[in-house]
Design a protein around this ligand. Sequence first.
Ligand code: FE2
Length: 359
Amino acid sequence: MPHATSQELIITPFAQQEGKKAKFGATVTGADLENLDEATFQILREAVYKYSLIVVKGQHNLNPAKQFELIKRFDPDAKAQHGFGAGKGSKLVGFLGDIPFYGIPNSGGVNLVGHGYQGPDHYGLKDVTIRAVPQSRVHATPISASELARGQTRFNSFHFDGSIYGAYPSRVTAFRCVKAPVGPPLTVRWDDGTGRTMRCQAGGTAFFSGEQLYDLLSDDEKDLVDHSHWEPAPHPFAWMGTRRLRSSGMGLAPGGETVPLDELPEWSPDKVYTFPMVWVNPVTGAKALQIFPDIIRRLHIRTTTSPPSERVVEDLEEIRLWVNDIYDRIATPEYIVVPACEEGDMFLWNNWVSRVAGG
Ligand SMILES: [Fe+2]
């Protein structure tokens, strides 16, 4: 018999858009995340893992501390840590350390992301002006300022959330839209020779599904990723050095130099975790391919079929080409969704399955 819940959640899967192959996402109404009883939380948890991404409407008055509490409820081991560098400086986290970065006071671990002046008092932050990570710092060949001014843009950087060095990524990530950016729809360009574009709203966040990516692999590739691991560099975002992303925001462009390991800030090998390539959904059992292309230093490849093999790949160009080939299968308009985002929306997603890109 189902447990009684104090809230009647209505969960509506995202409508299938014409020409789209993406199959994830749902909208949730009727929830009050400020006062979430256990039975309602369990329904919400199942929805996150079943749909990979849920958009919980109407959370205008949520106390930021409750947002972090909710993340801890999904994942008691989640750390109040992000890849960005609040006070860390560029030596530790590369260009991310140069971006003004603020945690919400007394929230436990909620960070402010966005762009522009935040007013005289934003949840205790007084007179702060923040900056989004500019594409010019991320892409090898950035889009020009005049094209940006004409409503052309690109996906910034597909990634999952986490500081990676000495920390596992949290299982679930959340952001709440406090103030929605305004402006006409933008045209997102791939600029990879395919002519691909898609439309999205200003400030949108893009997702695709690592579960769908796994399903696109051949049987031999599935065997390989099932048994293989990837290893980031220590202080991976600093290690990236002058390497930059392709114009699609997905995967590294050729060129650039990493920082030699002995020139990085002090690090210890026990904080360099080796991650599986495949993450298993704890509710549905579905497998997802989940790799962070930008920061891989080594691949630990193992196959059990045709024929069984085991090797460590350290050639960064070989790694780059292999990872890009895999992700090119899903980093297309058919598989990417940029959900509409309204003020009061709380986005919650399976960080071990969905990929995310700042629009
Ligand atoms: Fe992120």
